[in-house]
Design a binder for this molecule. Structure first.
Ligand code: GLU
Ligand code: MG
Length: 443
Protein backbone atom coordinates (compact mmCIF):
# COMPACT_ATOMS: atom_id res chain seq x y z
CA UNK A 1 0.00 0.00 0.00
CA UNK A 2 1.28 3.42 -0.92
CA UNK A 3 1.19 6.51 1.22
CA UNK A 4 -1.52 8.25 -0.82
CA UNK A 5 -4.60 7.15 -2.73
CA UNK A 6 -5.99 9.07 -5.71
CA UNK A 7 -8.68 10.49 -3.41
CA UNK A 8 -6.02 11.68 -0.94
CA UNK A 9 -4.26 13.61 -3.70
CA UNK A 10 -7.48 15.20 -4.97
CA UNK A 11 -8.38 16.24 -1.40
CA UNK A 12 -4.88 17.57 -0.67
CA UNK A 13 -4.95 19.70 -3.81
CA UNK A 14 -8.27 21.23 -2.69
CA UNK A 15 -7.51 21.60 1.05
CA UNK A 16 -3.98 22.94 0.62
CA UNK A 17 -5.02 25.63 -1.90
CA UNK A 18 -2.83 24.17 -4.65
CA UNK A 19 -3.16 25.95 -8.01
CA UNK A 20 -0.57 24.16 -10.12
CA UNK A 21 0.79 20.64 -10.19
CA UNK A 22 4.04 19.93 -11.95
CA UNK A 23 4.06 16.50 -13.55
CA UNK A 24 7.80 15.76 -13.52
CA UNK A 25 10.01 13.24 -15.29
CA UNK A 26 13.67 13.04 -16.26
CA UNK A 27 15.08 12.79 -19.78
CA UNK A 28 17.86 10.39 -20.78
CA UNK A 29 20.55 13.00 -20.17
CA UNK A 30 19.40 13.67 -16.62
CA UNK A 31 17.45 16.90 -17.16
CA UNK A 32 14.33 17.32 -15.08
CA UNK A 33 11.27 18.09 -17.24
CA UNK A 34 7.72 18.90 -16.34
CA UNK A 35 4.26 19.51 -17.69
CA UNK A 36 2.42 21.92 -15.39
CA UNK A 37 -1.32 21.41 -15.02
CA UNK A 38 -3.87 23.46 -13.11
CA UNK A 39 -5.77 22.09 -10.11
CA UNK A 40 -8.86 21.56 -12.29
CA UNK A 41 -7.00 18.73 -14.09
CA UNK A 42 -5.97 16.77 -11.00
CA UNK A 43 -8.54 14.03 -11.48
CA UNK A 44 -7.27 13.37 -15.00
CA UNK A 45 -3.70 13.44 -13.69
CA UNK A 46 -4.21 10.76 -11.02
CA UNK A 47 -5.97 8.61 -13.64
CA UNK A 48 -2.87 8.69 -15.89
CA UNK A 49 -4.62 10.79 -18.55
CA UNK A 50 -2.13 13.65 -18.92
CA UNK A 51 -0.56 13.46 -22.33
CA UNK A 52 2.65 15.02 -23.57
CA UNK A 53 4.55 15.29 -26.81
CA UNK A 54 7.62 13.09 -26.39
CA UNK A 55 9.16 14.19 -29.70
CA UNK A 56 10.37 17.43 -28.18
CA UNK A 57 12.27 15.68 -25.38
CA UNK A 58 15.89 14.86 -26.19
CA UNK A 59 16.45 11.15 -26.66
CA UNK A 60 12.77 10.23 -26.34
CA UNK A 61 10.82 9.36 -29.50
CA UNK A 62 10.32 10.24 -33.15
CA UNK A 63 7.58 12.62 -34.30
CA UNK A 64 5.45 9.77 -35.72
CA UNK A 65 5.09 8.11 -32.31
CA UNK A 66 5.17 11.09 -30.05
CA UNK A 67 2.06 10.80 -27.84
CA UNK A 68 2.99 9.65 -24.39
CA UNK A 69 1.23 9.59 -21.05
CA UNK A 70 2.47 10.62 -17.62
CA UNK A 71 1.64 8.15 -14.88
CA UNK A 72 2.26 9.83 -11.53
CA UNK A 73 3.79 7.95 -8.59
CA UNK A 74 1.27 9.19 -6.01
CA UNK A 75 3.70 8.73 -3.13
CA UNK A 76 5.94 11.43 -4.59
CA UNK A 77 3.33 14.14 -4.05
CA UNK A 78 4.98 17.16 -2.43
CA UNK A 79 4.35 20.88 -2.15
CA UNK A 80 7.26 23.03 -3.37
CA UNK A 81 8.00 25.20 -0.32
CA UNK A 82 9.89 27.89 -2.27
CA UNK A 83 6.84 28.69 -4.45
CA UNK A 84 4.01 31.03 -3.30
CA UNK A 85 2.17 29.91 -0.18
CA UNK A 86 -1.21 31.08 -1.53
CA UNK A 87 -2.14 29.24 -4.69
CA UNK A 88 0.62 26.73 -4.01
CA UNK A 89 2.59 24.58 -6.45
CA UNK A 90 2.92 20.84 -5.94
CA UNK A 91 4.72 18.18 -7.91
CA UNK A 92 4.23 14.54 -8.79
CA UNK A 93 7.09 12.45 -10.18
CA UNK A 94 5.82 10.47 -13.14
CA UNK A 95 6.63 7.50 -15.27
CA UNK A 96 6.28 7.78 -19.01
CA UNK A 97 3.98 5.28 -20.70
CA UNK A 98 2.94 4.54 -24.28
CA UNK A 99 -0.70 5.06 -25.38
CA UNK A 100 -1.28 1.28 -24.96
CA UNK A 101 -0.26 1.53 -21.28
CA UNK A 102 3.10 -0.24 -21.58
CA UNK A 103 6.07 1.51 -19.91
CA UNK A 104 8.10 3.61 -22.35
CA UNK A 105 11.54 2.02 -22.83
CA UNK A 106 13.23 5.43 -23.01
CA UNK A 107 12.12 6.56 -19.56
CA UNK A 108 15.14 6.41 -17.19
CA UNK A 109 12.87 5.70 -14.22
CA UNK A 110 11.61 2.61 -16.04
CA UNK A 111 15.22 1.56 -16.75
CA UNK A 112 15.92 1.63 -13.01
CA UNK A 113 12.68 -0.18 -12.20
CA UNK A 114 13.68 -2.99 -14.57
CA UNK A 115 17.05 -3.34 -12.85
CA UNK A 116 15.38 -3.32 -9.44
CA UNK A 117 13.06 -6.13 -10.51
CA UNK A 118 16.10 -8.30 -11.07
CA UNK A 119 17.36 -7.53 -7.55
CA UNK A 120 13.91 -8.29 -6.20
CA UNK A 121 13.84 -11.65 -7.95
CA UNK A 122 17.08 -12.48 -6.10
CA UNK A 123 15.46 -11.32 -2.82
CA UNK A 124 17.32 -8.00 -2.51
CA UNK A 125 16.39 -4.38 -1.88
CA UNK A 126 18.98 -1.87 -3.11
CA UNK A 127 19.57 1.16 -0.89
CA UNK A 128 21.47 4.31 -1.78
CA UNK A 129 22.75 7.31 0.11
CA UNK A 130 24.35 10.02 -2.02
CA UNK A 131 26.65 12.94 -1.26
CA UNK A 132 26.03 15.63 -3.87
CA UNK A 133 28.45 18.56 -3.90
CA UNK A 134 27.78 21.89 -5.63
CA UNK A 135 29.04 25.44 -5.98
CA UNK A 136 27.23 28.66 -5.12
CA UNK A 137 28.48 31.49 -7.33
CA UNK A 138 27.69 35.17 -7.59
CA UNK A 139 25.64 36.54 -10.47
CA UNK A 140 26.60 39.66 -12.45
CA UNK A 141 24.63 42.96 -12.76
CA UNK A 142 22.34 41.32 -15.34
CA UNK A 143 21.69 38.31 -13.12
CA UNK A 144 23.83 36.01 -15.25
CA UNK A 145 25.92 33.32 -13.51
CA UNK A 146 29.65 33.85 -12.98
CA UNK A 147 32.30 31.61 -11.42
CA UNK A 148 33.05 34.29 -8.83
CA UNK A 149 32.58 33.78 -5.14
CA UNK A 150 33.36 36.14 -2.31
CA UNK A 151 33.53 33.10 -0.08
CA UNK A 152 37.01 32.12 1.03
CA UNK A 153 36.06 29.35 3.42
CA UNK A 154 37.32 25.77 3.26
CA UNK A 155 36.35 22.32 4.48
CA UNK A 156 33.89 22.45 7.40
CA UNK A 157 34.51 26.19 8.01
CA UNK A 158 31.57 28.13 9.34
CA UNK A 159 30.23 31.69 9.20
CA UNK A 160 31.02 34.53 8.84
CA UNK A 161 33.65 33.08 6.44
CA UNK A 162 30.98 31.03 4.75
CA UNK A 163 28.69 33.28 2.65
CA UNK A 164 26.60 30.40 1.36
CA UNK A 165 25.66 29.41 4.89
CA UNK A 166 22.26 31.09 5.01
CA UNK A 167 21.36 29.77 1.56
CA UNK A 168 22.40 26.30 2.62
CA UNK A 169 20.29 26.64 5.76
CA UNK A 170 17.24 27.59 3.70
CA UNK A 171 17.83 24.63 1.37
CA UNK A 172 17.96 22.25 4.34
CA UNK A 173 14.77 23.65 5.86
CA UNK A 174 12.84 23.49 2.59
CA UNK A 175 13.98 19.94 1.93
CA UNK A 176 12.91 18.91 5.43
CA UNK A 177 9.48 20.37 4.70
CA UNK A 178 9.40 18.13 1.65
CA UNK A 179 10.11 15.06 3.79
CA UNK A 180 13.91 14.80 3.49
CA UNK A 181 15.90 13.82 6.56
CA UNK A 182 19.03 15.98 6.36
CA UNK A 183 22.00 14.24 7.96
CA UNK A 184 24.78 16.75 7.39
CA UNK A 185 25.39 20.05 5.66
CA UNK A 186 28.81 21.59 5.37
CA UNK A 187 31.19 23.75 3.43
CA UNK A 188 33.35 21.69 1.05
CA UNK A 189 37.04 22.09 0.22
CA UNK A 190 36.86 24.74 -2.54
CA UNK A 191 35.76 28.35 -2.12
CA UNK A 192 32.01 28.51 -2.77
CA UNK A 193 31.62 24.73 -2.60
CA UNK A 194 29.04 22.95 -0.43
CA UNK A 195 27.65 19.54 0.39
CA UNK A 196 24.33 18.47 1.88
CA UNK A 197 23.79 14.82 2.79
CA UNK A 198 20.38 13.29 3.29
CA UNK A 199 19.21 9.93 4.56
CA UNK A 200 19.51 6.90 2.30
CA UNK A 201 16.46 5.45 0.59
CA UNK A 202 15.60 2.59 -1.72
CA UNK A 203 17.27 3.27 -5.08
CA UNK A 204 14.15 4.49 -6.90
CA UNK A 205 13.30 7.09 -4.28
CA UNK A 206 16.99 7.93 -3.79
CA UNK A 207 17.11 8.88 -7.49
CA UNK A 208 13.87 10.88 -7.19
CA UNK A 209 15.39 12.63 -4.16
CA UNK A 210 18.49 13.65 -6.11
CA UNK A 211 16.35 15.23 -8.82
CA UNK A 212 14.32 17.08 -6.16
CA UNK A 213 17.50 18.10 -4.35
CA UNK A 214 19.04 19.66 -7.47
CA UNK A 215 15.85 21.57 -8.23
CA UNK A 216 15.60 22.89 -4.65
CA UNK A 217 19.26 23.95 -4.54
CA UNK A 218 18.98 25.83 -7.84
CA UNK A 219 15.68 27.48 -6.96
CA UNK A 220 16.79 28.61 -3.50
CA UNK A 221 20.19 29.85 -4.68
CA UNK A 222 18.41 31.96 -7.28
CA UNK A 223 16.06 33.31 -4.63
CA UNK A 224 19.15 34.41 -2.69
CA UNK A 225 20.76 36.09 -5.71
CA UNK A 226 23.30 33.29 -6.19
CA UNK A 227 23.78 30.70 -8.92
CA UNK A 228 24.04 27.03 -7.94
CA UNK A 229 25.86 24.66 -10.25
CA UNK A 230 26.34 20.90 -10.26
CA UNK A 231 28.88 21.18 -13.08
CA UNK A 232 31.65 18.75 -12.06
CA UNK A 233 34.68 21.05 -12.43
CA UNK A 234 33.73 24.72 -12.74
CA UNK A 235 37.09 26.16 -11.63
CA UNK A 236 40.51 25.05 -12.88
CA UNK A 237 42.90 24.37 -9.99
CA UNK A 238 40.15 23.92 -7.37
CA UNK A 239 38.34 20.79 -6.17
CA UNK A 240 35.50 19.61 -8.37
CA UNK A 241 32.06 18.42 -7.32
CA UNK A 242 31.45 14.73 -6.86
CA UNK A 243 28.36 12.79 -5.97
CA UNK A 244 29.66 9.75 -4.14
CA UNK A 245 27.11 7.01 -3.84
CA UNK A 246 26.86 4.69 -0.85
CA UNK A 247 25.27 1.36 -1.73
CA UNK A 248 23.94 -1.53 0.31
CA UNK A 249 21.83 -4.59 -0.36
CA UNK A 250 19.20 -5.71 2.12
CA UNK A 251 17.44 -9.03 2.38
CA UNK A 252 14.46 -9.43 4.74
CA UNK A 253 15.39 -6.16 6.43
CA UNK A 254 19.02 -7.19 7.05
CA UNK A 255 22.10 -5.65 5.45
CA UNK A 256 23.78 -8.51 3.57
CA UNK A 257 27.11 -6.65 3.23
CA UNK A 258 27.62 -7.19 6.98
CA UNK A 259 29.22 -10.28 8.44
CA UNK A 260 30.09 -9.65 12.06
CA UNK A 261 32.32 -12.71 12.25
CA UNK A 262 34.47 -11.85 9.19
CA UNK A 263 37.64 -9.76 9.34
CA UNK A 264 36.59 -6.16 8.61
CA UNK A 265 32.99 -7.38 9.13
CA UNK A 266 32.37 -7.51 5.39
CA UNK A 267 30.48 -10.46 3.94
CA UNK A 268 31.60 -12.42 0.86
CA UNK A 269 28.63 -10.83 -0.95
CA UNK A 270 30.07 -7.36 -0.29
CA UNK A 271 33.37 -8.38 -1.90
CA UNK A 272 31.58 -9.91 -4.87
CA UNK A 273 29.54 -6.73 -5.30
CA UNK A 274 32.76 -4.66 -5.24
CA UNK A 275 34.32 -6.99 -7.82
CA UNK A 276 31.27 -6.54 -10.07
CA UNK A 277 31.51 -2.76 -9.78
CA UNK A 278 35.23 -2.81 -10.63
CA UNK A 279 34.54 -5.03 -13.66
CA UNK A 280 32.09 -2.49 -15.14
CA UNK A 281 33.10 0.89 -13.74
CA UNK A 282 34.88 1.81 -16.98
CA UNK A 283 31.88 0.62 -18.99
CA UNK A 284 29.43 2.79 -17.06
CA UNK A 285 31.78 5.77 -16.69
CA UNK A 286 29.95 7.59 -19.51
CA UNK A 287 26.89 7.41 -17.21
CA UNK A 288 28.53 8.32 -13.88
CA UNK A 289 30.60 11.05 -15.56
CA UNK A 290 28.53 12.18 -18.51
CA UNK A 291 30.03 15.53 -19.52
CA UNK A 292 33.19 16.61 -21.33
CA UNK A 293 33.84 18.56 -18.15
CA UNK A 294 33.43 15.47 -15.91
CA UNK A 295 36.90 14.28 -16.96
CA UNK A 296 38.54 17.51 -15.79
CA UNK A 297 37.47 16.47 -12.27
CA UNK A 298 38.90 12.94 -12.48
CA UNK A 299 42.52 14.05 -12.01
CA UNK A 300 44.92 13.51 -9.09
CA UNK A 301 45.08 15.94 -6.22
CA UNK A 302 41.45 16.80 -5.50
CA UNK A 303 40.08 13.69 -3.73
CA UNK A 304 38.43 12.52 -6.95
CA UNK A 305 39.35 9.02 -8.13
CA UNK A 306 41.40 8.21 -11.24
CA UNK A 307 42.34 4.58 -10.72
CA UNK A 308 40.45 1.32 -10.28
CA UNK A 309 41.03 0.11 -6.73
CA UNK A 310 39.19 -0.35 -3.49
CA UNK A 311 40.23 0.45 0.03
CA UNK A 312 38.72 0.35 3.49
CA UNK A 313 39.76 3.92 4.19
CA UNK A 314 41.96 5.70 1.65
CA UNK A 315 40.12 8.41 -0.31
CA UNK A 316 42.31 8.09 -3.40
CA UNK A 317 40.59 4.77 -4.15
CA UNK A 318 37.59 4.60 -6.42
CA UNK A 319 35.69 2.41 -3.97
CA UNK A 320 35.88 2.97 -0.25
CA UNK A 321 34.27 1.17 2.66
CA UNK A 322 33.16 3.89 5.10
CA UNK A 323 33.70 3.13 8.80
CA UNK A 324 30.08 2.46 9.97
CA UNK A 325 29.08 -1.18 10.36
CA UNK A 326 25.83 -2.85 11.38
CA UNK A 327 22.87 -1.86 9.18
CA UNK A 328 24.96 1.09 7.92
CA UNK A 329 27.59 -1.15 6.26
CA UNK A 330 28.04 0.12 2.73
CA UNK A 331 30.20 0.41 -0.35
CA UNK A 332 31.01 3.95 -1.49
CA UNK A 333 31.64 4.57 -5.18
CA UNK A 334 33.50 7.87 -5.56
CA UNK A 335 33.55 8.38 -9.33
CA UNK A 336 30.00 9.69 -10.00
CA UNK A 337 29.49 13.41 -10.31
CA UNK A 338 26.25 15.32 -9.79
CA UNK A 339 25.66 15.98 -13.50
CA UNK A 340 24.78 12.30 -13.97
CA UNK A 341 21.34 10.82 -14.49
CA UNK A 342 20.88 9.01 -11.15
CA UNK A 343 18.28 6.57 -12.50
CA UNK A 344 20.67 5.24 -15.15
CA UNK A 345 23.67 5.27 -12.79
CA UNK A 346 21.91 3.30 -10.06
CA UNK A 347 20.61 0.78 -12.60
CA UNK A 348 24.13 0.23 -13.98
CA UNK A 349 25.76 -0.04 -10.52
CA UNK A 350 23.15 -2.53 -9.40
CA UNK A 351 23.49 -4.68 -12.51
CA UNK A 352 27.30 -4.67 -12.14
CA UNK A 353 27.20 -5.55 -8.43
CA UNK A 354 24.62 -8.31 -8.96
CA UNK A 355 26.73 -9.79 -11.74
CA UNK A 356 29.62 -9.90 -9.26
CA UNK A 357 27.38 -11.85 -6.86
CA UNK A 358 25.94 -14.18 -9.51
CA UNK A 359 29.37 -15.03 -10.89
CA UNK A 360 30.99 -15.14 -7.43
CA UNK A 361 33.73 -12.71 -8.56
CA UNK A 362 36.67 -11.87 -6.30
CA UNK A 363 38.01 -8.31 -6.19
CA UNK A 364 41.75 -7.61 -6.37
CA UNK A 365 43.54 -7.03 -3.06
CA UNK A 366 42.76 -3.82 -1.18
CA UNK A 367 45.12 -0.89 -1.92
CA UNK A 368 45.68 1.00 1.33
CA UNK A 369 48.29 3.46 -0.03
CA UNK A 370 47.69 6.74 -1.85
CA UNK A 371 47.44 5.51 -5.45
CA UNK A 372 48.07 8.96 -6.90
CA UNK A 373 51.47 9.04 -5.24
CA UNK A 374 52.57 5.70 -6.77
CA UNK A 375 54.81 5.60 -9.82
CA UNK A 376 53.19 4.31 -13.03
CA UNK A 377 55.45 1.25 -12.69
CA UNK A 378 54.19 0.54 -9.15
CA UNK A 379 50.60 0.83 -10.37
CA UNK A 380 51.33 -1.43 -13.33
CA UNK A 381 52.94 -4.02 -11.03
CA UNK A 382 49.71 -4.13 -9.00
CA UNK A 383 47.62 -4.30 -12.20
CA UNK A 384 45.81 -1.04 -11.35
CA UNK A 385 43.92 0.30 -14.36
CA UNK A 386 42.56 3.82 -14.75
CA UNK A 387 39.19 5.36 -15.49
CA UNK A 388 38.67 6.66 -19.04
CA UNK A 389 40.45 9.98 -19.47
CA UNK A 390 37.90 11.65 -21.76
CA UNK A 391 34.21 11.44 -22.58
CA UNK A 392 35.16 9.88 -25.91
CA UNK A 393 37.11 7.07 -24.24
CA UNK A 394 34.22 6.54 -21.83
CA UNK A 395 31.70 6.25 -24.69
CA UNK A 396 33.87 3.61 -26.35
CA UNK A 397 34.12 1.72 -23.04
CA UNK A 398 30.31 1.84 -22.82
CA UNK A 399 29.97 0.54 -26.37
CA UNK A 400 32.13 -2.44 -25.35
CA UNK A 401 30.21 -3.29 -22.15
CA UNK A 402 27.31 -5.60 -23.00
CA UNK A 403 25.98 -5.76 -19.44
CA UNK A 404 25.61 -1.97 -19.20
CA UNK A 405 24.12 -1.78 -22.72
CA UNK A 406 21.59 -4.49 -21.81
CA UNK A 407 20.73 -2.72 -18.56
CA UNK A 408 19.97 0.49 -20.43
CA UNK A 409 18.15 -1.37 -23.19
CA UNK A 410 18.68 -0.78 -26.92
CA UNK A 411 16.66 2.46 -27.11
CA UNK A 412 18.40 4.31 -24.27
CA UNK A 413 21.88 3.05 -25.10
CA UNK A 414 21.61 4.05 -28.77
CA UNK A 415 20.18 7.51 -27.96
CA UNK A 416 22.70 8.06 -25.19
CA UNK A 417 25.74 7.09 -27.27
CA UNK A 418 24.61 9.18 -30.25
CA UNK A 419 23.93 12.23 -28.08
CA UNK A 420 27.20 11.97 -26.19
CA UNK A 421 29.30 11.42 -29.33
CA UNK A 422 27.72 14.56 -30.79
CA UNK A 423 28.67 16.46 -27.61
CA UNK A 424 32.22 15.15 -27.84
CA UNK A 425 32.57 16.09 -31.52
CA UNK A 426 31.35 19.60 -30.83
CA UNK A 427 33.87 20.01 -28.03
CA UNK A 428 36.74 18.43 -29.96
CA UNK A 429 36.56 21.06 -32.68
CA UNK A 430 36.53 24.08 -30.37
CA UNK A 431 39.59 26.32 -30.03
CA UNK A 432 40.09 26.99 -26.33
CA UNK A 433 41.67 29.88 -24.47
CA UNK A 434 44.40 27.50 -23.29
CA UNK A 435 45.37 26.68 -26.89
CA UNK A 436 45.55 30.35 -27.83
CA UNK A 437 47.76 31.08 -24.84
CA UNK A 438 50.08 28.16 -25.58
CA UNK A 439 50.31 28.39 -29.35
CA UNK A 440 49.34 31.76 -30.78
CA UNK A 441 52.67 33.39 -30.05
CA UNK A 442 54.91 30.31 -29.90
CA UNK A 443 54.07 29.15 -33.43
N1 GLU B 1 35.15 16.95 -4.05
C1 GLU B 1 35.67 15.61 -4.07
C2 GLU B 1 35.27 14.90 -5.37
O1 GLU B 1 35.32 15.51 -6.38
C3 GLU B 1 35.24 14.79 -2.87
C4 GLU B 1 35.57 15.36 -1.53
C5 GLU B 1 35.07 14.44 -0.42
O2 GLU B 1 35.71 13.43 -0.13
O3 GLU B 1 33.97 14.70 0.08
O4 GLU B 1 34.89 13.76 -5.42
MG1 MG C 1 32.24 15.74 0.01
Amino acid sequence: MGRYTKEDIIRLVRDEDIQFIRMQFTDIFGQLKNVAITASQIERAVNNEIMMDGSSIEGFVRIEESDQYLWPDLDTFAILPWRPQYGKVARLICEVHNPDGTPFVGDPRNVLKRALQQAESMGYTFNIGSEPEFFLFQTDEDGRPTTRTSDEAGYFDLGPLDHGESTRREICLCLEEMGFEIEASHHEVAAGQHEIDFKYADALHAADNIMTFKLAVKALAQKNGLHATFMPKPVYGAAGSGMHINMSLFRKGRNVFLDESAPGQLSPLAYQFIAGLLAHVQGFCALTNPLVNSYKRLVPGYEAPCYLAWSSSNRSALIRIPAPRGQGTRVELRSPDPSCNPYLVFAACLAAGLEGIEKGLTPPAEVPENINAMTPEARAALGIQRLPGTLEAAIHALEADQLVLDTLGPHVSAQYITGKLREWEEYRTQVSQWELEQYLVAF
